[in-house]
Design a protein around this ligand. Sequence first.
Ligand SMILES: Cc1cc2nc3c(=O)[nH]c(=O)nc-3n(C[C@H](O)[C@H](O)[C@H](O)COP(=O)(O)O)c2cc1C
Length: 433
Amino acid sequence: MAKPFHLAWFMNFSVDEWNTPFASGGKPWTGQFYIDMAKSMERACFDYIMIEDTLMISDAYGGSMEAYLKYALMGPKGDPAPLAALIANHTSKMGVVATLSTMAYPPFMLARLCATLDNIAEGRFGWNIVTSGENHAAQNFGMDELPPRQARYDMADEYVQLVKQLWGSWEPGAVVLDRETDTYADYTKVKPINFEGKYFKSRGPLNCVPPVQGRPAFVQAGGSPRGRQFAAETADSIIAAASGVEAMKEYRDDIRKRAAASGRDPDEVKVFFIVQPILGETDAEAKEKFDRYVGSPSYIAKTLSVIASVTDIDFSQFDLDKELPPLTTNGEQGSLNAFAQWGSGKTLRQLTIENATWGLEGVVGTPETVADRMAGVMEEVGGDGFLITSPFQRVSRQYINEVCEGLVPALQRRGVTRTAYTKSTLRDTLKEF
Ligand SMILES: Cc1cc2nc3c(=O)[nH]c(=O)nc-3n(C[C@H](O)[C@H](O)[C@H](O)COP(=O)(O)O)c2cc1C
């Protein structure tokens, strides 16, 4: 029997597919579209749906907001927290993860928001911990520019310590609901934390009851060495972009080593790799779909706009038919590395086309073809799962159907992915295998 692996889905509260032949969305702001999506995913037994977020409209590509607004890329975006509450309310077993930035929320507000969401979700809520990676996001919060990565993660370390203490400020058994003595909560079990760190200060206690899970599940996506360290020490599930099987294996092995070195059981850190399958009724039909997608007139501008926005590098300045010069960023270094495939000798045009499947070959085909490939990759990498996404996070009901009614059942027939939920909380679901 092959070792089973996990599935999650990477999306955002942005515009759904609206102008392709089998789509008519574009105004998903009631959340209803994403509720329907989550229900399909729960039928397919995904561990969690992960709502990505950023906090600005970019102008990194060509120094203009044009591409971002014209193509609705990385925005407009609704706030993930209320959508997480809606999805939680319309599902009963699948986890719901919202991205909340340590740069944007005072720790007390985040601790309270996560506790509230985990209670609404009855223990199925997860927090995707990000530090934000764009200058324009920092400028929306009163800063002139983004602090350097090292400082952002040092602050995040302290931030996580603080919010954990706030969640622990209500001892077990603090809520007594004793009719006899008219006592809702035992005040001797709810205590201030008086946290005073280098960056943050908070008195506590939390003014809401603690999360069902004690703390929400932690999701993280560190890519740089500093980011990987933070993720390995903190996360229950890590989401990663890597170009190819070798890079995936290197990433997971490195995370497991770092987790063990920090005293954690590496099996408690589940690494999920992003993948973008392109599915058809025949392999040839899927290939045609892929060719149409990467050959569409706006494909290159859209892809380069997205990578520009998360790195603050203007990719419109580079020749498409040459190799990229060496580049570094204070933004998403991991995403830049995965995109650029340093040393591969590939031109920017080739990199852009390969980005259509996030650098993983063999995921264009029938559900059977792609399921075989995914199972094979997981065997080589060693685990722990995939984070499925769609082109530019643009989702249609047709694509949801292809994945949830085609690809996932093919994986389930191979015995490699979940066919039922046996645990009630997200943290336990992640730990099940
Ligand atoms: C699959 C994936 C999803 C991510 N989602 C978000 C997100 O929703 N919001 C955000 O600000 N950053 C997001 N990031 C960026 C990471 O938080 C992180 O900054 C990035 O991977 C680069 O790593 P580094 O910070 O160690 O350089 C994501 C990264 C990956 C690979």
